[in-house]
Design a protein around this ligand. Structure first.
Ligand SMILES: [Zn+2]
Length: 215
């Protein structure tokens, strides 16, 4: 393993601890991935407490088809159900790091789509934290329907990633579930994750205030 992959593993572990403290990967939910050596993808295991994952506990997978290249020594660990979703974002959007959040704010922001397929975000300085987006832009964020198993989200996700209305989006909300957020390296995925969670909270808080202001 190269020094670069070793430090990426340590960074992913650090981020999982931080995201856990923020309530974004609690109850063993959520996940994270980042670049491995030789174009592979580091993938966190499923069903484990995300804040306790160790650097040596990541799988590496081939983003072309999600096949496992290397597995951690502990045979009880299984690769994340996010595998197919993460690999799709890598292939379709050239993402090199993807975060899966189970944050309440993502669920509540998804509710704002109602029967539609997106949430529109505008009038927030924080929009500038998303690559290529300005604070005068209206940013459309796709919202897809939840499925019994995470891997079954692939078809819907593939459709919204191809939709030109969402070309500037680095995130997809899954209704009643959470969100997938990505970047072209771990640091950009971290920034986008923080920015989108701010935006989720902001649109929900503004909607609540509008309701209170309506007589
Ligand atoms: Zn999930």
């Amino acid at each position: 393993m190269s020094d670069a992959e070793r430090s990426t593993r340590e960074l992913l572990v650090e981020l999982l601890k931080d995201f856990y403290r923020r309530g974004w990967v609690s109850g063993t939910g959520g996940g994270i991935s980042g670049p491995a050596d030789d174009g592979g993808l580091l993938l966190a295991p499923t069903g484990v407490h995300k804040e306790r994952i160790q650097p040596e506990e990541f799988f590496t997978v081939d983003p072309a088809d999600g096949s496992i290249r290397t597995a951690p020594a502990d045979p009880s660990l299984r690769p994340s159900d996010c595998n197919a979703i993460f690999c799709l974002a890598v292939r379709e959007r050239a993402a090199r790091s993807v975060v899966h959040s189970h944050a309440l704010s993502a669920v509540l922001a998804g509710d704002l789509a109602r029967d539609g397929d997106h949430v529109a975000i505008r009038d927030l300085e924080m929009l500038k934290g998303i690559r290529g987006v300005g604070n005068r832009d209206t940013h459309l964020l796709p919202v897809i329907r939840n499925t019994p198993r995470e891997g079954q989200l692939v078809d819907q996700l593939s459709r919204v990633l191809d939709d030109p209305r969402f070309a500037s989006s680095f995130a997809v909300i899954v209704a009643d579930h959470g969100a997938y957020i990505w970047g072209d390296d771990v640091w950009e995925a971290k920034r986008h994750t923080e920015v989108y969670h701010f935006l989720f909270e902001a649109v929900v808080a503004r909607r609540d205030r509008q309701k209170e202001d309506t007589p």
